[in-house]
Write a new protein. Structure first.
Length: 416
């Protein structure tokens, strides 16, 4: 019978690894807040005067760009025996891209600035691709099963509290509006966070992986077959596809709130909501995921779906509530409570359900297929949004509920 490991029972080098990984993940997640396509970058594109067509590309590029190439590059990643160096290289790449975005915000305007941000975001997503593949492998190789969810949850909770503090400062201490240059300096400052990630990962003690003798084409073909032939991976991909609604629904809450105008305090309300949701719930979701990762996915998806449908109801039948400046940030907070469960649950599940290089295969294969589904759902969301923003929100909320039910059918990663 498998036993869950307690954090207190970790060996000295495992405790050190845990602290370094928490530091690395925390700084990375704070960097993600600065480069959040759903909130910060959406607001930035409005401030710099970018065309709406470019703004609509932010979330698909951010979400799919980091996952689509994974099945193609994971063969190269598996040739690196210590995956922490892949993680560190990706973090350095993200630093350079945020510097590019910051410079664009400082020196460009309009369409030129928007194109520069989009190009930097595309390269940022490719660098993030390396981090996404290698981070699960580093976590699985350096820490035992039963602690991984809490490590991921701790990092999310700490970064949530820190971003919460930053949002409160903006709400209370800064002017109601901010210049384009303010956003530029904010993004430039945030770029240093990924350097902290790269440094922390460099000190993690990781045993080298076995050398692979497969050629890249054979390795890719095996992963393509795995998506169909492996029942565990196949069911996980289906559940995760449906649960994409929890990520794709939240931008519509921002859109519904943009009648308040492009003010820094309006943006801070959403950053505050996202940070508060992550800070309050991530550690609890992590503990649940260490024991019942599929149930964490199901519960999180259910919460996100119900909150999304509540937003639809408010938009249709409660105009007085819908016109309040705090209504949509509050729903954003509640939806992100559910999304945190989906995110931490699925990350823990895919690490615990696989071993060795199979873990890299599971992560890269599922992420590439999910990236394709994000693009398809992005087109679907655009079509629904052309009819009504509330229709798009309703569609993705229903997908969340379907994904919640599907998650319960996944194979358990622990013996009863």
């Amino acid at each position: 019978m498998s036993k869950l490991s307690a954090l207190s029972s970790l060996k000295p080098h495992e405790r050190r690894n845990a602290l370094l990984i928490v530091l690395g993940q925390t700084s990375s997640k704070l960097g993600d807040v600065i480069c959040n396509a759903k909130t910060v970058l959406t607001w930035l594109m409005g401030v710099i005067g970018a065309p709406p067509a470019l703004t609509a590309l932010l979330v698909p590029i951010r979400e799919s760009g980091s996952m689509l190439p994974q099945a193609f590059v994971s063969g190269f990643v598996k040739r690196v025996r210590r995956r922490k160096w892949v993680y560190a290289a990706g973090a350095v790449g993200q630093t350079l891209c945020l510097i590019g975005m910051g410079l664009a915000a400082l020196f460009l305007k309009g369409t030129a600035a928007g194109i520069a941000v989009i190009l930097a975001l595309a390269i940022y997503s490719l660098a993030r691709c390396l981090c996404s593949i290698s981070s699960k492998d580093v976590l699985g190789k350096t820490l035992p099963k039963g602690t991984r969810g809490r490590i991921t949850g701790s990092a999310a909770s700490i970064s949530g509290f820190l971003s919460l503090g930053a949002a409160v400062f903006v709400l209370l201490a800064m002017d109601r509006s901010a210049s384009q240059e303010t956003y530029g300096w904010m993004i430039l400052g945030g770029s240093a966070l990924y350097l902290v990630t790269a440094t922390a990962l460099g000190f993690v003690k990781e045993e080298p992986s076995e050398e692979t003798e497969k050629d890249l084409l054979t390795d890719f073909k095996e992963r393509a077959r795995m998506a169909v032939a492996d029942p565990v991976l196949r069911k996980f991909i289906v559940a995760r596809t449906l649960l994409l609604g929890s990520a794709l629904a939240s931008p519509y809450l921002v859109i519904l709130s943009q009648q308040q105008g492009f003010e820094l305090r309006s943006l801070a309300a959403f950053v505050l909501a996202g940070g508060l949701a992550s800070a309050l719930s991530s550690l609890l979701w992590g503990k649940l995921s260490d024991r019942l990762s599929r149930q964490a996915m199901a519960l999180g998806g259910g919460i996100a779906g119900i909150v999304g449908l509540l937003g639809v109801a408010i938009g249709i039948w409660m105009p007085a509530i819908a016109s309040s400046v705090w209504t949509w940030p509050t729903l954003f907070f509640l939806l992100n409570l559910g999304y945190a469960g989906v995110r931490i649950g699925r990350k823990t599940y895919v690490v615990d359900a696989s071993e060795g290089d199979q873990r890299t295969d599971y992560v890269s294969t599922s992420n590439t297929l999910i990236a394709i589904m994000i693009l398809i759902m992005g087109v679907l969301g655009s079509a629904l949004q052309s009819l009504d923003v509330l229709a798009a929100l309703a569609g993705f909320s229903l997908l969340c509920l379907a994904g919640s039910a599907c998650s319960l059918s996944l194979r358990s990663t622990h013996e009863d």
